[in-house]
Design a binder for this molecule. Structure first.
Ligand code: PEP
Length: 250
């Protein structure tokens, strides 16, 4: 049985005080018996405060990106060693916005995935097709190649611990969601790709999230699908009420 994981991606939203208030409110409302892993991936500036605030609760804090080197002359970057030191245990890698605006490539994502494991973090690896890819029926080719590149050189055990977020780019922040059947078909294809790379056992264990305009109104149906093990959520993770509803659906 794979434990669902609901991860919020706050992108570049909120001030520190708003972020701390969110965690204070949410951490006391997550029941101990919760059936999902609850994660918030916050702006880097907030991580020390939020990790401290969430300590001892069921809420875990993640980063939205990182460099693959531990230190060096990389102005403005955050290193895996720095995140480990803060006790951050998840990191989003290869989000389509980072691929588009910050030159994150399949190759650098793979280096970052290795670095995440070396520093005790779980990578949430984002993959997904553009509208153009989808219209040309290239979805699976694109997504499989991103998955293959990201997982290159990992042990089977590491692959099993990975979280993969399938996020069709045309559905992110647009209000358009893939149908649950379509999303499930792609997630099933991702699982087959993982099986080809690392064997059936790792493929059965790997958790595959769907992301793209997930909200309280559509999460239940998405999570009822066989190959969808959670969600990566932008807009609907920003308010405590809405985020808690997402967790309850899991
Ligand atoms: C995301 O940021 O990864 C995302 C899926 O955003 P939204 O839920 O707002 O579409």
């Amino acid at each position: 049985m794979r434990k669902p994981i609901i991860a919020g991606n706050w992108k570049m939203y909120k001030t520190l005080s708003q972020a701390v208030e969110f965690v204070q409110e949410v951490k006391t409302s997550i029941p101990e018996s919760t059936k999902v892993d609850a994660v918030i991936c916050a702006p880097a500036l907030f991580l020390p405060s939020l990790v401290k605030e969430a300590e001892g609760s069921a809420l875990e804090i993640g980063a939205q990106t990182m460099h693959f080197e531990n230190e060096g002359a990389f102005t403005g970057e955050i290193s895996p060693a720095q995140l480990e030191d803060l006790k951050v245990n998840y990191v989003i890698l290869g989000h389509s916005e980072r691929r588009e605006y910050n030159n994150e490539t399949d190759e650098s994502v793979n280096k970052k995935v290795h670095a995440a494991f070396e520093h005790g973090m779980t990578p949430i690896i984002c993959v997904g097709e553009t509208l153009d890819d989808r219209e040309k029926s290239h979805t699976m080719v694109k997504v499989s190649s991103q998955v293959g590149a990201a997982l290159k050189g990992l042990t089977k055990d590491q692959v099993a611990k990975t979280v993969i977020a399938y996020e069709p780019i045309w559905a992110i922040g647009t209000g358009k969601t893939a149908t649950s059947e379509d999303a499930n078909t792609v997630c099933e294809g991702i699982r087959k790709t993982v099986a080809d790379i690392a064997g059936e056992e790792a493929a059965e264990a790997v958790r595959i999230q769907y992301g793209g305009s997930v909200k309280p109104a559509n999460i239940k149906e998405l999570l009822s699908m066989e190959h969808i093990d959670g969600a990566l959520v932008g807009g609907a993770s920003l308010e405590p009420d809405s985020y808690l509803q997402l967790l309850e659906a899991g």
